[in-house]
Design a protein around this ligand. Sequence first.
Ligand code: NAG
Ligand code: NAG
Ligand code: NAG
Length: 353
Amino acid sequence: MLSSPMLVSLTLFLSLPLVLFFSPQILTPTYFRFSSDAEDLTLFRRATAAPHTTTHLATATNPKPKIAFLFLTNSNLTFAPLWEKFFSSADSNHNLFNIYIHADPTAAVASPGGVFHRRCFIPSKKTHRASPTLIAAARRLLAYALIDDPLNQYFALVSQHCIPVSSLRFVYNYLFKNPLVSLASFAGSNYNYNLPSFIEILSDEPNLYERYSARGEKAMLPEVPFEAFRVGSQFFVLNRRHTEVVVRDRRLWKKFKLPCVTEEPCYPEEHYFPTLLSMEDSNGCTGFTLTRVNWTGCWDGHPHLYTPPEISPELIRRLRVSNSSYPYLFARKFSPDCLAPLMDIADDVIFRD
Ligand SMILES: *[C@@H]1O[C@H](CO)[C@@H](O)[C@H](O)[C@H]1NC(C)=O
Ligand SMILES: *[C@@H]1O[C@H](CO)[C@@H](O)[C@H](O)[C@H]1NC(C)=O
Ligand SMILES: *[C@@H]1O[C@H](CO)[C@@H](O)[C@H](O)[C@H]1NC(C)=O
């Protein structure tokens, strides 16, 4: 017969796995992971340590390139059900994409479940508008996705206000052109040099000089002369090679992370990526974003916010059309109550190719 101290020990011993299993959920909220400075440092060290493992590519059977979807958010992912449909439309095995979420740990962002499971949430820091924190968050997402899966060949940055305007199959085939492209053909080099990055790069904005000098007249010199300063949409789809350029960069990031000192907001996230990539490899970039935004009647730097009465099949069709030779694959911004009308036309319009 067991003595009672032994019984207590045994009970404790047996309950240990349960305690270990549940304690992370008890100790930390399920919806965020805060990244310490040390963790950031480790992340970037790992991401910049060359070369990246190509062994996975060589050993995987029939490896297919993947799209890493990078969600940058400081509120709940209202459109998660629509994205869920998007992700499940083409591929039930989830072998064409990965999802990574950077959620501001100071905002109570809940995990929507489904494809957006808890492991998608990467260690994150607080973000706020018109500050270098948005660049830092995007870089953290890119670095994390780079390390996480060598099959990630495209990296698409979106926010909680973005929606897809085509099916995943269409997006995938558009980006990789040939759906049957096999990584075996470029496994040795770790990336396909022919895939362009879709990032807007403009040099003719009226207030470009004000934004350039927002940290002080000479603050960006000598790394970034005004002639090299560019502007573009915060949302982009980068290839793996350019993602590595961004993650390795310290020269320009050192400048762009300086605070702006003027009254006007300077939106560093709209300058850092286009400037860096136009300096490093403008020929490898299309100069266009794949994310449609409506700046008509914009106010205080905010684009048009679509509301439920505006949602229609016609709107989705209009949002796909661009003035360039590229279509739009994503669109923003939509108010949270647009979810229901969007879900109503999801199968018949949005995800119908
Ligand atoms: C997100 O959703 C959760 C539960 O669904 C809620 O408790 C939380 O307040 C929401 N957060 C925000 C920022 O709205
Ligand atoms: C863009 O927004 C304006 C309102 O600011 C609206 O009248 C117009 O229809 C929108 N354009 C598209 C293509 O949705
Ligand atoms: C295309 O160009 C026209 C004329 O410049 C402009 O009014 C319209 O908003 C542009 N459409 C898009 C999708 O950029």
